[in-house]
Design a protein. Sequence first.
Length: 85
Amino acid sequence: MGYQTGFRGHGVHLSVESAALVREEFWRAVGSGLSPTAAATVAGVAGTTGRKWAKAAGYQTNSKHHGIRYSQQVRDVFWEALRSG
């Protein structure tokens, strides 16, 4: 997440280097526990693209995983930041 993403858009063509960086960002996000859809958003691509990449790589979802559960403290900080703009 050390570089700017934001390649979302239908039919956007990236250089080989940029595409590789976006995929690396996607896999880092998946590795951190995000779903392929959420990881795609972090990487700046469509959720369907992330799901396609995950499926092509043989990614298996954990049926016991239903989203990341955050502590109350983390949720409070999030909502305060959201409200403050």
